[in-house]
Ligand binder design. Structure first.
Ligand code: PHE
Length: 370
């Protein structure tokens, strides 16, 4: 260091490589951010124990976005300007990631979301965002999987959709489901909406009940889904309730109760019951580290951490622009949630798992390939 220049060593000279995490550690979807961060920490611990990347240790700097978009923007700014990270992992919820992509792009720092499935996250009005990547599939796939499950497996001819209008994720999935269900010969007979933090869904559910749908699609997050499922059953709605990855939380059963969750299904990114050796090994190390079975968020966080480590290695330097170029070339990475090869839109093509809730437990029902 040159005396008087007053700075710390630049990112490329430092013996550590700092990676930021912008996550929902508290607030409405706190189990999402906590699981994703735990998956990342485990991956970094294993990588560091094996010698690190380019001879350097990976350091994870986590920032809490409190499950709010404005806080997600703040957390991203802080990670870049104060902590001087060379890449950012996060956020979980698409709306929160969308609140971060511009800051990352303006500052030329690559951002990899482990879990945000809305298409707009990596593609803005038909133009791919150079600095943004993900390690999960996208909602046009997930929504189609559930529309086809409703029509083929559940033999539903009519559906109702209950949308969270405060979420880009929920609004996007509503559109995809409606289109794919129609293509499969079904009809959406009722469309209702709510907002995050809503408590009472009875009036809305009563309207849906009157439309008498064969299935109700609820593309939303566990807090609201938990309350919706509980209140639907209280109103005597016995039809199958189906949803998407946002249902994946240990809190879902706590909020809804095991019995109301009978006859419900959702799409997800992986199942801890999968016998693939990579899944078995991950589940074992995660349980040892945290005493819990890893949910999909943990698996995707772990995979995103391996994805960024792989990119830094191929970049040959902890330099944000080089990491960005290497990320775009991600190919054939064999990870826990599947094989990752990024397409031109920075999205991997991966399979989905359909989960059934039985006795308050997630049961792996089937795997759906793209
Ligand atoms: N896909 C959700 C979103 O984009 C986030 C999520 C992923 C939630 C995986 C749970 C499990 O908002």
């Amino acid at each position: 260091l040159v005396a008087g220049c007053g700075g710390s060593p630049s990112a490329t000279e430092s013996k550590d490589i700092k990676i930021g995490g912008n996550f929902e550690l508290t607030g409405g979807v706190a189990t999402f951010g906590q699981s994703a961060a735990n998956g990342i920490k485990l991956a970094f611990k294993e990588i560091n124990a094996a010698g690190g990347v380019l001879g350097k240790q990976l350091v994870f700097v986590a920032a809490d976005n409190k499950s709010e978009p404005s806080e997600s923007t703040n957390a991203t700014t802080k990670l870049i300007t104060q902590d001087k990270v060379v890449a950012i992992l996060g956020a979980v919820a698409s709306t929160n990631t969308l609140a971060a992509v511009q800051v990352a792009s303006d500052n030329k720092i690559p951002l990899i979301t482990p879990t945000s499935t809305n298409p707009k996250v990596t593609v803005d009005n038909g133009k791919v965002r150079d600095w943004v990547f993900r390690s999960c599939f996208i909602d046009p796939f997930q929504g189609t999987v559930m529309a086809s499950f409703a029509s083929k497996s559940l033999k539903a001819k009519t559906a109702a959709i209950l949308t969270d209008n405060s979420s880009d994720y929920s609004k996007g999935l509503t559109q995809v489901f409606e289109e794919s269900f129609a293509k499969a010969g079904g009809k959406v007979v009722s469309k209702e909406a709510f907002l995050q933090k809503d408590q009472d869904f009875k009036a809305t559910l009563t309207k849906i009940k009157a439309a008498n749908p064969d299935v109700i699609f609820i593309p939303a997050y566990y807090e609201e889904v938990g309350r919706i499922v509980k209140q639907a059953r209280e109103l005597g709605i016995t039809t199958p309730l189906i949803g998407t990855d946002g249902w994946d939380s240990p809190k879902l059963v706590e909020i809804a109760g095991a019995q109301p969750l009978e006859n419900t299904y959702f799409s997800n990114h992986y199942s801890p019951e999968d016998k693939d050796p990579k899944v078995v090994k991950f589940v074992e190390s995660y349980k040892k580290e945290y005493g819990q079975t890893p949910d999909a968020l943990a698996a995707l966080g772990y995979d995103a951490a391996l994805m960024v480590a792989d990119a830094i290695k191929r970049a040959g330097a902890a330099d944000p622009a080089k990491i960005k170029d290497a990320l775009a070339q991600t190919k054939n990475l064999q990870l826990v949630s599947g094989i990752i090869t990024l397409d031109a839109d920075h999205n991997p093509i991966k399979s989905a798992a359909i989960i059934e809730m039985k006795d308050g437990k997630q049961v792996f029902k089937e795997k759906v390939n793209p």
